[in-house]
Write a protein that binds this ligand. Structure first.
Ligand SMILES: [Zn+2]
Length: 146
C-alpha cells in the first residue's frame, strides 16, 4: 500500500516536472521568435549634396546687352559678384541655394527671362569673359541645408 502511493507520487512528480520543462522550453522558443524592428537609421543619413544632373550653363555680365538696366543688381537685391553669383530658375533652384558647378560653390541670387528649368547663368564681371564661357552642359550639385 505504502509502495503504491510512493510510486504514484513519483509519477505525479515526473509529470509536473515535464510540464514545467515544456513550459520553460516553449517560452524560450517564443523569445527567439520575436522579430527585431528593422533599422531605418540608414535612410535618415542626409547626404551633404544633392545631384541635380546636367544643366545648360551660360554666362552673363552687367553690360546693357546681358543685363539691360539691371546692371549688377540681382533679383534678391544684392550686387552680383563674379565667382559667387549665378542666375537660376527659382522654381527649380530656390534663391540662396549653394550650387556646386565644376567643384566651385556659387550662390543662386539672380534670375533671367531666358533662365528656365535646367538652365543656369553664371555671372562674370566682363562681357569678354562671359562670351568666352559660351554654353556648357555641366553636372550640377546643390548643397543640402542643416
Ligand atoms: Zn555682357
Amino acid at each position: 500500500m505504502v509502495n503504491k502511493i510512493f510510486i504514484i507520487s513519483i509519477c505525479i512528480n515526473l509529470i509536473l516536472m515535464s510540464l514545467i520543462f515544456l513550459n520553460t522550453s516553449n517560452r524560450k522558443v517564443e523569445h527567439k521568435v520575436i522579430k527585431q524592428e528593422p533599422t531605418t537609421e540608414l535612410n535618415l543619413v542626409k547626404l551633404p549634396y544633392q545631384d541635380l544632373g546636367k544643366f545648360k550653363c551660360t554666362a552673363y555680365c552687367p553690360c546693357k546687352k546681358c543685363s539691360g538696366n539691371f546692371k549688377d543688381m540681382t533679383a534678391i537685391g544684392v550686387r552680383a559678384k563674379e565667382g559667387r553669383t549665378i542666375a537660376v530658375d527659382p522654381k527649380v533652384i530656390p534663391y540662396g541655394s549653394i550650387v556646386i558647378i565644376n567643384n566651385k560653390e556659387y550662390i543662386a541670387e539672380d534670375c533671367g527671362s531666358a533662365i528656365k528649368n535646367k538652365c543656369i547663368d553664371i555671372y562674370f564681371k566682363h562681357h569678354k569673359d562671359a562670351k568666352r564661357f559660351g554654353v556648357k552642359y555641366l553636372k550640377i550639385k546643390i548643397k543640402n541645408g542643416d
